[in-house]
Structures are given as structure tokens and as C-alpha cells.
Design a protein around this ligand. Structure first.
Ligand SMILES: [Zn+2]
Length: 260
């Protein structure tokens, strides 16, 4: 297996992975989008709510606020208790009086490792004399149960293999204009796939070519993988976690096979 990073941002990474099957890469993708435990508000105790929004709507909005999860001190709720204890839950409290806009940054967490990723998410607008007092209980869960626990977006596509038949190609440039991703260019007097990793295999270049001079095919064992964190965890932590979970799953599969 070969890995090559194409782009690395604060909360995203794009890399080429070679020498693996589509099933393997899809396993990574599925684990990243649904199998990494993160913190999210799971239930809310309201002590006062004279805001224009119902308790249920505010609870839902709180659930969708991403919370930082880079800690090993907690365990997911499915491996702990029903109601929440100090091993599986963190309480975030909020008390505001209008007129004001209640923001995610107004939540005060009992653990500085589990706080809103963004402080500027509006939750509700309070008018004069309106009040909101609550305790939000955050627990670790999985996105396969609810999207609020999703830690990242992950997707992949095949790397393209573009061949240009130089005998047939008249370097007319129609394909260069037609390509929506700007993949092709002329270098010297030849058409070349200058930005190969931008190619999405859409086939616009082959459709527009009158001479069938371009061939675009997927490389069976090479993929471009894109990963974007929602902020709960850093890219490094996400990758460490996905490798740990993936290895664990492979080990348990082996054990089960050996039992048979
Ligand atoms: Zn517990």
C-alpha cells in the first residue's frame, strides 16, 4: 500500500492511496463517517424556557452542536450505562436572560476537553425578560445511530488513467475547454493530463473528441481519498482512531473465522 498526501489543511486532507481494493477503501470511509465515537448532546434537562422555541427544538439544536472529543477518559454509551455516569457523560450548563441571542459558546462544560467546537452557532433569540436555563448531557455515540455523532465527511474516487493517441489527436483544444475540472492542457505540441488528480472520470473530453483520441479509465487499485473533520477531532486523531477501529474489526473477524 502506498500513500501520498495531495493537500493538507487544518481540518481536511486529500491523499492518494494505491495498491488496495475498493472494498478496503470503502471500509475506511464507512468507519470514518459512522464508526468513530464522538461527543454530542444526548438529552437536555430544562429548568426554565420562556423562549419562542419549544424544549424539543432547542434540544435538537443542541444535539447538532459539534463537541470536541479528543480524550480517552470516556467510553461510548453503548459500552456503559443507560442513564449516563461520569465515565460516559459530560454536563454542559446554560443560563441566559434576554434580550440576547444564545450562542453555542454560552454552554459551560464541566470538562474543558468536551466543549463546543464553534462558539458562534446561534441556538435561540431571547426577547426582553425571556429566560433559558438548562443542563445538556453530552454522551459518546456513533453516527450509525444518529448523525449528530458524525465526526467527519469522507469520500473516495478512482484515480484516472488518461491516454492520448498522439497519431489521432489534432490538439484542437475542444476537450480542454469541455473538461469541467481543467485536467487537460497542451505542453509542447502534445495534449497531456496536466492535473490528473482533478479528473472525476466524467468522460466530457472523450464525448467531445471527434477522433476518439482520448481514453479515460479508472485505475482499479488507486483511489483519491478526501477526509474532512467536523472539528470534534483533529485529522491526525481521526486517522489514528480509524486505524485502531479497523484493526480491531479485522482481529475479531479473524477470531471468528478461526472458531469455525
Ligand atoms: Zn455510564
Amino acid at each position: 500500500m502506498e500513500l501520498r498526501v495531495l493537500h493538507r489543511g487544518d481540518d481536511n486532507v486529500r491523499f492518494v492511496i494505491e495498491g488496495v481494493s475498493a472494498a478496503f477503501v470503502n471500509g475506511l470511509r464507512r468507519t470514518l463517517v459512522s464508526g468513530i465515537p464522538t461527543f454530542a448532546v444526548d438529552y437536555v434537562m430544562f429548568y426554565a424556557n420562556t423562549s419562542p422555541l419549544y424544549d424539543e427544538i432547542i434540544a435538537h439544536r443542541l444535539g447538532m452542536v459539534p463537541l470536541t472529543t479528543e480524550t480517552t477518559r470516556y467510553i461510548p454509551k453503548d459500552q456503559c450505562c443507560q442513564d449516563g455516569c461520569e465515565k460516559c457523560s459530560v454536563t454542559l450548563s446554560l443560563s441566559k436572560e434576554g434580550p440576547c441571542t444564545v450562542m453555542s459558546g454560552d454552554l459551560i462544560s464541566e470538562d474543558s476537553d468536551v466543549v463546543p467546537v464553534f462558539e458562534n452557532i446561534p441556538l435561540v433569540k431571547l426577547g426582553p425578560d425571556q429566560k433559558l436555563t438548562l443542563n445538556a448531557i453530552a454522551r459518546m455515540g456513533y453516527a450509525r445511530d444518529h448523525a449528530k455523532w458524525q465526526a467527519a465527511l469522507a469520500s473516495f474516487q478512482h484515480v484516472a488513467h488518461i491516454t492520448v493517441d498522439t497519431d489521432m489527436c489534432d490538439v484542437g483544444g475542444a476537450c480542454i475547454k469541455e473538461c469541467p475540472r481543467g485536467v487537460l492542457d497542451v505542453m509542447g505540441d502534445e495534449l497531456v493530463p496536466k492535473y490528473l488528480y482533478n479528473c472525476t472520470l466524467c468522460g466530457a473530453c472523450t464525448d467531445v473528441c471527434d477522433f476518439d483520441a482520448i481514453k479515460v479509465e479508472p485505475v482499479e487499485d488507486s483511489f483519491i481519498f478526501t477526509l474532512e473533520s467536523f472539528g470534534n477531532m483533529s485529522i491526525d486523531a481521526l486517522i489514528e482512531e480509524v486505524v485502531r477501529i479497523f484493526n480491531g474489526k479485522a482481529d475479531s473477524l479473524l477470531e471468528e473465522v478461526e472458531k469455525l
